[in-house]
Structures are given as structure tokens and as C-alpha cells.
Design a protein around this ligand. Structure first.
Ligand SMILES: Nc1ncnc2c1ncn2[C@@H]1O[C@H](COP(=O)(O)OP(=O)(O)O)[C@@H](O)[C@H]1O
Ligand SMILES: [Mg+2]
Length: 247
């Protein structure tokens, strides 16, 4: 089988602009307004890598490394400061908890809303709705607004939608960890099934055992740079041995 890229990321940079305030009175607020300056936060400092079709790549790194920002850029939630992201195929992003859900809509309404945004027709959603609800294990709760859902329920629903929309590429940001053990197992089985059909996955995970099991390659992100990229069995031990030390 020839190697074809599904995701090509070149020199990707993302900088957030923050306004510093700290004003607690009108006077300081006015002074601040005159002297305000923008603080630049370089979250991704020029990263490049590719994910091939059918490959599963895991992104690891400490909190604040820029993992979620990377996935959000790929899902077009944010726009990059510079650099390019090329996605070849249809993407189903499963970002941070509840992203994409409307709190006041019921679980069922959110399924329609999200699946249609992800490219299904109303008819296709109708055909799959039972499967989506069944996999999510929400039962009767699916008729309640998602604001009443626990984080586990939100994760189950989000995952179930993402794996039932026939995407070519799945982006998964840590959400699997909030479900219970049984559900996590079920998700990994579904991921195996998705891969067997040739699907491509980019997953952020804090579970080294899972990374070693499912990922072909591992990208270690550290303070906005790629510190190491390679086979999980090479990257994870180094990552684990240094993640305890302060740098
Ligand atoms: N919308 C935003 N505005 C400003 N700063 C942000 C925003 N999103 C993330 N950041 C900052 O970017 C850095 C990386 O965050 P994130 O990508 O969530 O890291 P990770 O997922 O690896 O923990 C953090 O310092 C975070 O505070
Ligand atoms: Mg994150």
C-alpha cells in the first residue's frame, strides 16, 4: 500500500493576544486603558508533521503544551497565526467536552444538529439515530437537555456521533478518559473498527498504555514545540521519565 498523507501540517504557529487588566477601580481602569498593552502568548511555535492515511497518531504532552489548540486549529475552531494545515478527507472532531453541543437542546436534537454539521443528511441521521443512541448508552436521557448531562454522558454522546458519521479522519481530544472503564474499552474497540476500515486518527491521550496500544506514532508536544516524534515505545518512556522533572 502506498503511503498517502491525510493531514499535512507545516510550520504551524498560533499566538493568542491577551489584554492585561488587573484593574479594580475606575481610576486604575482608566490608567490601564491608557497604558494597556497586549500580551502575546505563543502557544504553537512552528510545528510540522504529517499523518498518513490509515495511521493513528497520538499527541502527548503536559498541560498547556498546546495539544488542544492544535486540534482546535485543525477543526477550524481557531485560525492559525501562520503556517498551513491541509486535511485530505472528511473530518469528525471530538474536541474538549461538550464543544459543539447546545445546552438547551435535548440529546436527540444535538445528535441531529451535530451529525448534519458533520455532513450527514437528515435522512442519514434518521437511519442511524438508533445506533448512535444505543452506543451512547443514554437511554431515556436522550430526551433531556444536554445541560443536565454529566461529563461522562457528554463524552459518550460526542464519541458516538463522531464514529457514526462516516468520517475519514477522527480527531479526539482526551475525552475518552472521562467515561467509565467499560465505556473506554468500547471506544477503543470502535477506534479499532474505524482503523480497520482505513480511517485516520489523531488522538490526544494521557494514558500511556492506550497510546502504546493504539498509536502507530506519537508526537510529544512541549511548550509549543515538537520535542520528539516516533514510535510510542520510543517516545513514551522518554516522555514519562522527563515529565516529572522541572525544566
Ligand atoms: N482561547 C485562548 N485564549 C488565550 N489563551 C489560550 C486560549 N486557549 C488556550 N490558551 C493557552 O494556550 C496554552 C495551551 O493550551 P492548550 O492548547 O489547551 O494546552 P493543552 O491542551 O496541551 O493542555 C495555555 O497556556 C492556554 O492557557
Ligand atoms: Mg487540552
Amino acid at each position: 500500500m502506498s503511503i498517502e498523507p491525510a493531514i499535512i501540517i507545516k510550520d504551524l504557529r498560533k499566538e493568542f493576544l491577551l489584554s492585561t487588566s488587573g484593574a479594580n477601580s475606575l481610576k486604575t481602569a482608566l490608567l490601564w486603558w491608557r497604558r494597556r498593552k497586549k500580551v502575546h502568548l505563543d502557544v504553537l511555535k512552528g510545528i510540522s508533521f504529517e499523518v498518513n492515511k490509515g495511521e493513528c497518531v497520538a499527541v502527548v504532552g503536559r498541560n498547556g503544551a498546546g495539544k488542544s489548540t492544535l486540534l482546535a486549529l485543525m477543526a477550524r475552531v481557531y485560525k492559525q497565526t501562520s503556517g498551513t494545515i491541509e486535511i485530505r478527507g472528511r473530518l469528525a472532531p471530538l474536541l474538549e467536552l461538550g464543544a459543539g453541543f447546545h445546552d438547551d437542546l435535548t440529546g436527540l436534537e444535538n445528535i441531529y444538529f451535530n451529525a448534519i454539521i458533520l455532513g450527514l443528511t437528515r435522512e442519514q441521521v434518521r437511519e442511524r439515530i438508533d445506533k448512535i443512541v444505543e452506543f451512547s448508552e443514554l437511554g431515556e436521557h436522550v430526551h433531556s437537555p444536554t445541560r443536565t448531562f454529566s461529563s461522562g454522558m457528554i463524552a459518550r454522546l460526542g464519541f458516538s456521533i463522531a464514529v457514526h458519521v462516516d468520517a475519514d479522519i477522527l480527531l479526539v481530544d482526551e475525552v475518552l478518559a472521562v467515561g467509565d472503564f467499560e465505556f473506554e474499552k468500547k471506544c477503543y474497540a470502535k477506534i479499532d473498527e474505524f482503523r480497520a476500515k482505513g480511517g485516520t486518527i489523531l488522538v490526544v491521550s494521557h494514558n500511556p498504555t492506550a497510546v502504546k496500544r493504539i498509536a502507530d506514532r506519537c508526537v510529544w508536544l512541549h511548550k509549543g514545540h515538537i520535542k520528539m516524534i516516533g514510535k510510542p515505545e520510543d517516545v513514551i518512556p522518554v516522555y514519562e521519565s522527563t515529565s516529572m522533572t522541572v525544566d
